[in-house]
Design a protein around this ligand. Structure first.
Ligand SMILES: *Cc1c(COP(=O)(O)O)cnc(C)c1O
Length: 240
């Protein structure tokens, strides 16, 4: 963790957080939604523990991470704070134990094996792990997430596993500057959630929307937005 981007000292995470909160409030207003129905996760991947501490001082308590080893080191370093940790990155089966032991939520469950391992490895001293099924609504071969038609079986499985709690659906859409295309992708996830709800699944969460498209996501019903760049600044290279 020595290659982290060093932020210019003039950069204020507190100011950036306030701007994001204002964007969320404006999008809620535009869609007639109560701002308390949209939760902000600050995506801190690649940024050091000190940046997370700064965001916490500005009132942020939920954080998202994508790289297991890096995350676990920061979680240990910040153990003195009451933070809620969300794992949002691609998950390999050899890393599930660390995630099951250190996070409150996983947004990126996209196959059966990962779900089963997370449940088996979730310590009994902790509450059940909150889980979203990641769905690929844009059909790009390179993207993670299950196909929409696989979501029902995964929901049924997660619902049946004793140490997991099914919360909802997550998506990372194909990036596009076109607001209408952003909305179409988020609407596809919402409609899938609605269909699954009609089948009886309890799904209180739609995890969608990032720095560039959180307004479109909120208009389409997001209950969690995952925002990194707009809070912490640009990430130095890395994998995303
Ligand atoms: C990095 C990441 C984000 C945050 O993206 P920004 O564009 O920096 O806001 C959100 N969700 C996931 C799954 C990510 O990997």
């Amino acid at each position: 963790m020595h290659d982290f981007f060093t932020m210019p000292s003039a950069y204020s995470i507190a100011d950036a957080l306030n701007q994001v909160r204002n964007r969320i409030a404006a999008a809620c207003e535009a869609s007639g939604r109560d701002p308390r129905t949209v939760k902000l996760i600050a995506v801190s991947k690649t940024f050091p523990a000190a940046a997370i501490r700064e965001a916490w001082q500005a009132g942020q308590t939920a954080f998202g991470e994508s790289y297991v080893q890096e995350a676990v080191a920061k979680i240990a370093e910040l153990a003195d704070l009451a933070l809620e940790w969300h794992f949002i990155g691609p998950l390999q089966s050899n890393k599930t134990r660390l995630v099951a032991e250190n996070f409150a939520w996983v947004h990126s469950v996209d196959r059966e094996k990962i779900a089963r391992r997370l449940s088996e490895q979730r310590p009994s001293s902790l509450p059940p792990l909150s889980v979203c099924i990641e769905v690929n609504v844009s059909g790009e071969a390179s993207k993670s997430g299950c196909r929409p038609e696989e979501a029902e079986a995964l929901c049924r499985l997660v619902e049946s596993l004793p140490r997991l709690k099914l919360r909802g659906l997550m998506t990372i859409p194909a990036p596009t500057p076109e607001r209408a295309e952003q909305r179409a992708q988020f609407a596809a996830l919402r409609r899938l959630r609605d269909r699954l709800q009609a089948q009886g699944f309890e799904l209180d969460t739609l995890s969608m929307g990032m720095s560039d498209d959180l307004e479109a996501a909120i208009l389409e019903g997001a209950t969690i937005v995952r925002v990194g760049t707009a809070i912490f600044g640009l990430r130095q290279n890395r994998r995303s």
